[in-house]
Ligand binder design. Structure first.
Ligand SMILES: C[C@@H](C(=O)O)C(=O)SCCNC(=O)CCNC(=O)[C@H](O)C(C)(C)COP(=O)(O)OP(=O)(O)OC[C@H]1O[C@@H](n2cnc3c(N)ncnc32)[C@H](O)[C@@H]1OP(=O)(O)O
Length: 279
């Protein structure tokens, strides 16, 4: 990665701004159930089966920014308008930007958005239905829960396109269902039905195709009965416990430069006996 690219990458505002001109569609925040502490993010790009364009990434980012400052929120549901949840990243962008820089823009922005979604004090529910492919699966696994509609077709198709997951799905999937099952889904790109999503531990429940939103709201309401403060504190406590791995890695990184440093060598040369007179 050259220096220019690195500099551009740290400026997420600039990336989001640049992505605005790529494609149509929208991702909007619906406030219909906000009085209950439940927001809805709707993915809408009907001409492309709800594929996520560059412009929609910027929209998505704006939705997350709003949710970050919504102090009364308990939960957010993400769904697709119409028949499909999301057919992935917009292939037109992918085809027109085959350079590493294009890939970096596209995936770094989404990685940042999904990380911020994960860190919200609201718990998130992906209500997946119809085609849920590639980047659509990335969005789904970044949510705290996945509910699947009976008609879902869920597949990590990235391998079939000669790429791997770039928005964090491999890491999240492995954490959710374990190494063997995660690897299996990624290596085969097989299409999961609703029942398979449930059986494998990916989904927390199945909702009916006709009443998916109502079913999902009922399911969500059963988890928003505590006060706002308690709900948000639980979400943060649970999600921050995930930092354990990061913390272990961090600890190792801090340790490594000390190994063999002058102080370390000097101490070793003294053959220190830490407990005097011990037999
Ligand atoms: C970046 C990467 C990642 O994970 O990070 C990705 O997500 S790569 C994206 C991974 N996703 C894919 O490869 C999806 C490929 N698409 C499909 O498998 C299929 O289109 C389905 C999504 C199952 C829908 O099939 P169905 O028969 O219902 O409709 P269709 O194939 O006629 O598609 C309707 C229109 O939507 C477009 N369309 C569908 N998916 C699209 C996508 N991801 N990006 C851009 N356009 C897309 C089709 O080209 C077509 O355009 P016209 O009407 O103009 O002909």
């Amino acid at each position: 990665m050259d220096r220019n690219t690195e500099e551009i990458l740290v400026d997420m505002d600039q990336i989001a701004f640049n992505m605005l001109k790529h494609g149509d569609g929208e991702i909007v925040l619906l406030e219909t159930y906000c009085n209950e502490g439940i927001a809805i993010i709707e993915i809408n790009n009907p001409g492309k089966r709800n594929a996520i364009s560059g412009k929609m990434m910027s929209d998505f980012r704006n939705c997350i920014t709003k949710l970050e400052s919504w102090k009364q929120g308990k939960a957010v549901i993400i769904l697709g308008r119409g028949q499909n949840f999301c057919s992935g990243g917009d292939l037109d962008f992918v085809k027109n930007h085959p350079t590493q820089k294009g890939g970096l823009y596209f995936s770094t922005l989404m990685r940042d958005i999904l990380k911020r979604l994960e860190q919200l004090p609201l718990f998130s529910v992906a209500l997946v239905h119809g085609a849920t492919l590639g980047g659509g699966t990335e969005v789904a696994v970044a949510c705290d829960y996945i509910l699947v509609s009976e008609d879902v077709k869920f597949a990590f198709v990235q391998g079939k396109l000669g790429i791997i997951t770039a928005w964090g799905a491999a890491t999240r999937l492995t954490k959710a269902i374990g190494t063997k099952k995660a690897l299996d889904l990624l290596l085969t790109s097989r299409i999961l039905t609703a029942q398979e999503c449930l059986d494998i531990g990916l989904a927390s429940g199945i909702v009916t195709e006709e009443n998916k939103l109502e079913d999902c709201l009922e399911w969500t309401r059963r988890r928003t009965r505590h006060s706002c403060n308690v709900t948000r504190a639980f979400k943060l406590a649970v999600s921050q416990s995930n930092l354990f791995d990061e913390s272990l890695r961090n600890e190792l990184e801090l340790f490594l430069p000390l190994w063999g440093c002058p102080e370390n060598r000097e101490a070793l040369s003294k053959n220190i006996k830490h407990v005097n007179g011990h037999k």
